[in-house]
Design a binder for this molecule. Structure first.
Ligand code: RIB
Length: 307
C-alpha cells in the first residue's frame, strides 16, 4: 500500500466567481464586472496547497460525472494531488460555489448541494481501508460534523496526526476536537467554538490574544492556531508557552478566496515533512500571503519553482 504525507478529507466545488464593485443588499440586483469559473472547494484547495508545499497528498472527495468533475480531477492531478480517492458520482452534479469578490479582494460564498455530499462517514471508512502509512489527516468542517468525526477516527486508527480546519464551526464530537493537533480557526470561529463547548459564559469578551489558550483548555486539543489575518496568528501548544506570529506581508491583494485553505494545507504538509508547529505556521503564512495575489482559490497550474 502507498505511503502518504497528507490525506485530505474534504469537498470539491466548481467555483463560479463574479467580480463586483459591491455585493448586493437584500432585494438588490448588481451587475458584475467579470465572471470566472474555477476549481475550488476547501478540500481540493487544501490538498493543492499541501502538494505545492512538497507533500505526497491523496484527496478523499467526490465530484459528478460531468465536465466540472473532469476539470477538477485534471486540475488536482496537474498540481500533483493523487485523485485515486476522488469518487465520480454518476447521478449527481459537481457541487457549485457561488462567490462574489469585491475590489478589496474580500469574498462572500454560497456552497450548493451536489456530489460533495457523498463524502459521508461511510465513504471515509471505506476509503480508509485502501490507505497505507499516513502521517497527517487533514479535514475541513465544510463536509459536516459526522464526516469530520469519521476523518478524526481514521486518523486515530492510522496513528496519524489530525489537523482540523474548523470553519465554519460545526458540532463535531468532543473526541474529534480533543484529537486536533492543531485545530485551525479564525477569531470569530474560536469564539463560536468556545460557545459550542460551553467554556465561556461570555465568549465575546475573551480577548483576542487569549483565544488560542482558552480554546486549548476548553477542548483539550494538543494544539490550536487562531488566525488573525493581517495581525498574524496566535498559537497554543499543550505543555508549552503560547506564542504569536506576525503575518507575512502580501505584495498585492487581488482575491482572498482560499487564502485560509492555503494556510491549512501548508501547515499540514510542513508538519508531515517534519517541521515543528512554529516553522509550519511561518511557511503557511508566506504561502497564504502569496495566494491573495492570484484570482480564484488556487493558482492555475503546477508546483512553485521554490518547492
Ligand atoms: O475557502 C474557499 C472555498 O470555499 C471556495 O473554493 C469554495 O468552493 C468554498 O468551498
Amino acid at each position: 500500500m502507498d505511503e502518504w504525507d497528507v490525506v485530505v478529507v474534504g469537498s470539491l466545488n466548481h467555483d463560479i466567481v463574479a467580480g463586483v464593485d459591491a455585493g448586493p443588499s437584500p432585494g438588490e440586483t448588481v451587475l458584475a464586472r467579470t465572471l470566472t469559473r474555477t476549481n475550488g472547494g476547501k478540500g481540493g484547495n487544501q490538498a493543492v496547497a499541501a502538494a505545492r508545499a512538497g507533500a505526497r497528498v491523496r484527496l478523499l472527495s467526490a465530484v459528478g460525472a460531468d465536465a466540472e468533475g473532469d476539470m477538477q480531477v485534471d486540475g488536482l492531478a496537474a498540481h500533483g494531488v493523487d485523485t485515486g480517492g476522488v469518487s465520480r458520482e454518476a447521478d449527481l452534479r459537481t457541487s457549485l460555489a457561488l462567490i462574489w469578490v469585491t475590489p478589496d479582494g474580500e469574498n462572500s460564498i454560497i456552497v450548493t448541494p451536489g456530489a460533495k455530499d457523498r463524502v459521508t462517514p461511510d465513504f471515509v471508512r471505506e476509503a480508509r481501508r485502501g490507505l497505507g502509512r499516513v502521517r497527517v489527516v487533514l479535514a475541513q468542517s465544510e463536509v459536516g460534523p459526522a464526516t469530520s468525526d469519521a476523518a478524526a477516527a481514521a486518523a486515530r486508527d492510522l496513528g496519524a496526526r489530525f489537523v482540523f480546519s474548523c470553519g465554519p464551526v460545526v458540532h463535531a464530537a468532543r473526541e474529534t476536537l480533543r484529537g486536533c493537533d492543531p485545530v485551525v480557526v479564525n477569531a470569530g470561529e474560536a469564539r463560536d467554538l468556545l460557545g459550542y463547548v460551553g467554556a465561556a459564559a461570555d465568549e465575546a469578551s475573551v480577548p483576542e490574544a487569549e483565544l488560542a489558550t482558552a480554546l486549548l483548555e476548553a477542548i483539550g486539543a494538543a494544539s490550536v492556531i487562531v488566525t488573525l489575518g493581517a495581525r498574524g496568528s496566535r498559537v497554543a501548544v499543550r505543555g508549552a508557552e503560547p506564542f504569536a506570529l506576525a503575518a507575512a506581508p502580501a505584495a498585492r491583494v487581488v482575491d482572498t478566496t482560499g487564502a485560509g485553505d492555503t494556510y491549512c494545507g501548508v501547515v499540514a504538509a510542513r508538519l508531515a515533512l517534519g517541521d515543528d508547529l512554529a516553522a509550519a505556521c511561518r511557511a503557511a503564512s508566506v504561502a497564504a500571503a502569496e495566494s491573495v495575489g492570484w484570482s480564484g482559490a488556487r493558482p492555475l497550474t503546477g508546483r512553485p519553482s521554490s518547492g
